[in-house]
Design a protein around this ligand. Structure first.
Ligand SMILES: NC(=O)c1ccc[n+]([C@@H]2O[C@H](COP(=O)([O-])OP(=O)(O)OC[C@H]3O[C@@H](n4cnc5c(N)ncnc54)[C@H](OP(=O)(O)O)[C@@H]3O)[C@@H](O)[C@H]2O)c1
Length: 219
């Protein structure tokens, strides 16, 4: 991926989106934050700094080469429908964890099997959905500290997946290929376990680490 590829973060005013946007922009990437309100996006971008700019979700998606979607599960379908006209031929990175409040410590995957597969169904062919960032705590990612969390990345096209693995690395995390998009169910489900572990063991944002020595796969 060329480093001049524009990254759009739809829902980038929120916890996870702002954290990803800030880290990528700080690393020198061109990043645009999206919001339902262009004004909110501009305000959030100015507060985050690092040259970030803000637009409406649709305008951000139109301008982005890679579009990261960071909205709550309840807002996923409507948000994807909103950006669909602007993401044909692009990579859309879905970060949605299908939490169903109030029982967020229970795995409750959607009928499609995962939020990622649901995203692909909504966006249709011609859009390459990759998923990731499900297991990283946003309140840690927004800081400059070493989060020490792996990011499992799922997608049916290896080249697209590789670009998102690289984005995770650029955000100071360790991106790891997790295989096909259907495998996203594993990481999405894991988040409910992590929330349970946070509560049970009083952890400030548990994450995951793959053990063993990893040798980078061929591109
Ligand atoms: N927070 C974490 O630590 C974390 C970690 C891993 C994965 N995730 C996943 O990442 C996604 C985003 O999480 P988050 O904590 O960043 O969410 P959030 O802060 O609650 O919301 C993100 C943004 O989504 C937009 N939004 C909220 N409600 C909406 C609605 N009803 N319709 C359309 N847009 C709406 C808002 O942007 P505007 O009002 O500006 O439009 C908001 O700033 C979720 O699916 C979550 O499960 C979160």
């Amino acid at each position: 991926m060329s480093d001049d590829a524009v990254i759009a973060v739809v829902g980038g005013t929120g916890n996870l989106g702002a954290a990803i946007a800030r880290r990528l922009a700080k690393g020198g990437r061109k990043v645009i934050i999206g919001s339902r309100s262009a004004e909110s996006a501009e305000k959030a971008a100015a507060e985050l700094g690092f040259g970030l700019t803000g637009r409406s979700n649709a305008d951000a998606a139109r301008a982005g080469d890679i579009v990261i979607v960071t909205v709550p599960f309840a807002a996923q379908e409507a948000t994807l429908a909103d950006i669909k006209p602007h993401v044909s031929g692009k990579i859309v990175v879905d970060t949605t964890v299908p939490l169903v409040p109030p029982k967020v410590m229970r795995v409750q995957l959607p009928a499609e099997g995962s939020a990622a597969v649901k995203a692909q169904n909504v966006l249709g062919e011609g859009v390459t959905v990759v998923s990731g960032f499900h297991n990283v705590a946003a309140h840690k990612l927004i800081t400059d500290q070493d989060v020490g969390c792996d990011v499992l990345v799922f997608g049916d096209e290896k080249a697209a997946r590789s670009k998102v693995v690289e984005l995770a690395n650029q955000a100071g995390l360790r991106g790891i290929h997790g295989g096909a998009l259907v495998n996203s169910a594993a990481a999405e489900a894991m988040t409910s376990l992590l929330i349970f572990i946070n509560k049970t063991y009083q952890v400030d944002g548990a994450g995951i680490r793959i053990t063993g020595e990893l040798i980078e796969p061929d591109a």
